[in-house]
Design a protein around this ligand. Structure first.
Ligand SMILES: C[S@@+](CC[C@H](N)C(=O)[O-])C[C@H]1O[C@@H](n2cnc3c(N)ncnc32)[C@H](O)[C@@H]1O
Length: 340
């Protein structure tokens, strides 16, 4: 079996077994492409959710809208509650009913809103979630960045929807980007736009003159309106370890990228790990090391909370060409500072 095949089967096994499910080890099943950075698969939300849980030591998780439980079953959190009127879960009811019955002082550390994707409902889900969010908690909102106008079309009859539909979630998110200085918000531009909303502060998006809240506004000002950024990273440390496990040769070099993130003292002196000698992605002072040294570095990276980037080089476009331990851009966002 190819290495890619192995990675896929590990992921498939991790996601398909019966409960209790382990946390997902990563999302490396979208390695096809044409040479850009390796990206998280379309289903990246459990990775973001688990990363937030790990980074902050969250203890309680609520998911609004669980459907087939593909996300909630792999969320690694001591308390996991699900709300869905149409699927068996801890609270089989609408989110409105759930919140109406929830004692005022009951708080969750992380609330994932992915229920009825209509603006009016999402508005309510966000307000209710903010009310029941513990101090330092976070809301994750799926489907904040529809790729085209059709995916956010309004349907009176939701049974008529065919294909991918993100709904009007983005409008709820966008309104808060224009109105709520007391929130910190960004969208990770993957998996249809994963919004993260927390109490904090932000510079509001100002509606340009003559414009209104319609799809052309989103399309013309997507990055600013959503405070969106494209992740160039992919891995958590477990996933990086699996990549390393499948490789034979390792070269460390100084790719200089660590200087681009403001001289973070945790970053390694030689943060770039490539898997072939003289890779175009390698930096200065390339030197060969063995697998155990790379694994030791990854262990250290995990303790320091660094997020590894997997990148392609010209070796084989479907495979990662190396890993960079310089980037904790994602970690910085998840831990609170603004990504852009
Ligand atoms: C997009 S799916 C959820 C997907 C799931 N969170 C995941 O990550 O795979 C939306 C779910 O929301 C549920 N839903 C619809 N209306 C709802 C409501 N008012 N309150 C809570 N859930 C709702 C639907 O039954 C459906 O299962």
């Amino acid at each position: 079996m190819s290495v890619l095949g192995k990675l896929k089967s590990v992921l498939k096994r991790a996601l398909s077994g019966e409960a209790p499910k382990p946390a997902p080890k990563g999302g490396l099943d979208d390695l096809q492409g044409n040479g850009g950075p390796v990206r998280l698969r379309n289903d990246g939300r459990p990775i973001i959710i688990n990363d937030l849980i790990r980074s902050h030591g969250y203890k309680s998780y609520l998911e609004i809208g669980i459907r087939d439980a593909r996300t909630i079953k792999v969320v690694d959190c001591p308390v996991r509650h699900g709300v869905d009127p149409a699927h068996p879960c801890s609270h089989q009811m609408t989110s409105d009913k759930f919140f109406a019955e929830l004692p005022d002082d009951f708080k969750y550390d992380l609330i994932f809103i992915d229920g009825l994707h209509l603006e009016a409902q999402v508005d309510k889900d966000i307000v209710n979630s903010l009310k029941h969010l513990s101090e330092g908690g976070a809301i994750v909102l799926h489907d904040c960045s529809p790729e085209n106008e059709d995916r956010q079309r309004h349907y009176d009859d939701l049974s008529k929807i065919k294909g991918v539909w993100n709904g009007t979630v983005w409008r709820s998110y966008a309104k808060l980007r224009m109105e709520r200085k007391d929130l910190s918000m960004f969208v990770i531009d993957m998996d249809h736009g994963i919004g993260v909303i927390r109490p904090g502060q932000q510079s509001l998006f100002k509606m340009p003159k003559g414009r209104k809240l319609d799809y052309s506004l989103l399309s013309d000002f997507r990055r600013e309106l959503l405070n969106a950024f494209k992740p160039v990273w992919v891995c958590n440390v477990d996933e990086a370890l699996r990549i390393v496990e499948a490789e034979e040769k390792f070269f460390l070099s100084d790719c200089q990228c660590q200087h681009g993130i403001g001289g973070d003292a945790r970053v390694f002196e030689y943060p770039c790990i490539t898997f072939k000698q003289g890779s175009p992605s390698a930096g200065d002072n390339e030197r060969e090391v063995d697998k155990s040294e790379v694994k030791r570095m990854l262990g250290e990276a995990a303790k320091k909370g660094l997020v590894p980037i997997a990148f392609r080089d010209d070796r084989e476009l479907a495979m990662p060409g190396g890993l960079c331990l310089c980037s904790d851009e994602l970690r910085k966002c998840l831990l609170g500072s603004s990504p852009v």
